[in-house]
Design a protein around this ligand. Structure first.
Ligand SMILES: *Cc1c(COP(=O)(O)O)cnc(C)c1O
Length: 407
């Protein structure tokens, strides 16, 4: 099966009564015939559902679909993308541990890594997530390398294979936030990423109608149970140890579960991921080319020939550059004016919607960040982030052209 067919016929559905979609199991608890049966379900000795914070058929179906799509051995869905980032790390990190991450991360993730310092988990940031920049920072304490495959909004692209190779040579997993790349552009597991995360609120959902996140385990990382001590009680699960700990431990106990309704909405969105991404990437490239030829604002888009990541985009993503571009308008005032003049593009803090969205990151998502953090994330006073939509490209180009004419 190719990509679009697998989205529809991947067969991860919990179907009853001939329903063509997994229904929304909007219940908190599941009853069982006998006390013996519930005991088995609770102790992972029989399949079944007990309580929606632990598992639910609608959520299970969403998890299986994403796991299959990302070629992983399993997935755990979370209440949000931030919950997925948090749980993926807290599942293996302890006080005294360190991780290495790219400086050009999503604002919420940078804030989170600051929060984790209070628990004795330190993050060392590199300007770019490359093997060359990471290598000198690795110590005995380094337990994870974390990066966004296409940084939001810096739009730096990670060479997954070279970073994974370095991480593996040091016995460290590479945890990849693939939100902006989506499984349409890449299966990061094929290039060596060990744990794959999505804020499925974005492209997987597609319509901006439900927050969710998901963690996929590629199953390929060989955990050293003496280094990752917390995983040792789960040794008997073999390559499923990471997922077993997550599901039976911190994810469940922190209550990071995904609501069945939101799992349903994200499963529906997933069906059109391929169609939307094809359109979004084409629109993004055309709009980026317009900005470049127009010349009145500067543009950053990884699939432009003039972009330093062009070659990597060809190699890793088959030439597709994703659905985010940024422009620099010259000053904060001009950026605000441009945004205010747009007719179709909606001024909102989200990405991955079918409608085009714009935002001024410096005054919003990065308002808590230091000047240095903003600089490293590619957020300048005059930067506008554009999350392209599926509108007709001629309308979008004329909308942006009008707004620039008005400056
Ligand atoms: C939005 C986003 C997140 C956080 O996801 P939520 O669903 O908003 O919690 C994490 N990483 C990236 C790259 C994002 O764009």
């Amino acid at each position: 099966m190719k990509f679009n067919t697998s989205l529809l016929h991947g067969n991860a559905d919990n179907l009853t009564f001939g329903s063509t979609l997994t229904p929304i199991y909007q219940v908190s608890a599941f009853s069982h015939e006998s006390a013996e049966q519930l005991e088995k379900v609770f102790n992972n000795k029989a399949p079944g559902f007990a309580y929606t914070r632990i598992s639910n058929p609608t959520v299970d179906s969403f998890e299986k679909k994403i796991a299959a799509l990302e070629k992983g051995i399993g997935a755990v869905a979370c209440s949000s993308g931030m919950a997925a980032v948090t749980m993926s790390l807290l599942n293996i990190l302890e006080t005294g541990d360190e991780m290495i991450a790219g400086a050009g991360l999503f604002g919420g993730t940078i804030d989170l890594f600051g929060d984790l310092e209070a628990f004795g988990i330190k993050t060392r940031f590199v300007r770019h997530i490359t093997a060359e920049e990471i290598a000198p920072l690795i110590t005995d304490k380094t337990k994870a390398i974390f990066g966004e495959i296409i940084g939001n909004p810096g739009l730096d692209v990670v060479d997954i294979k070279s970073v994974s190779d370095l991480a593996h040579s040091k016995g460290i997993p590479f945890i990849a936030d693939c939100t902006t790349a989506t499984p349409y552009l890449i299966n990061a597991a094929d290039f060596g990423a060990d744990i794959i995360i999505h804020s499925s609120s974005k492209y997987i959902n597609g319509s901006g109608d439900a927050i969710s996140g998901i963690i996929v385990d590629s199953g390929s990382f060989g955990w050293d149970f003496t280094r990752y001590k917390g995983l040792s009680p789960y040794k008997k699960y073999g390559k499923f140890a990471y997922l077993a700990k997550l599901r039976n431990g911190i994810w469940r106990n922190m209550g990071s579960c995904l609501a069945p309704m939101n799992a349903f909405l994200n499963s529906i969105g997933l069906e059109t991921l391929g169609l939307r991404m094809e359109r979004l990437c084409n629109n993004a490239l055309k709009l980026a080319e317009f900005f470049e030829s127009d010349g009145r604002v500067t543009v950053n888009y990884p699939a432009l020939k003039s972009n330093p990541y062009y070659e990597l985009v060809q190699k890793q993503f088959g030439g597709m550059g994703g659905a985010i571009l940024t422009i620099r308008a010259g000053s904060k005032e001009r950026a605000f004016k441009l945004i205010n003049h747009l007719k179709y593009a909606v001024n909102a803090t989200n990405i991955g919607d079918v409608s085009t969205l714009v935002i001024h990151p410096a005054s919003t998502i990065y308002t808590h960040s230091t000047e240095e953090q903003k600089l490293h994330a590619g957020v300048y006073e005059d930067t506008i982030r554009i999350s392209i939509g599926i509108e007709d490209i001629d309308d979008l180009i004329s909308d942006f052209k009008n707004a620039i004419d008005n400056l």
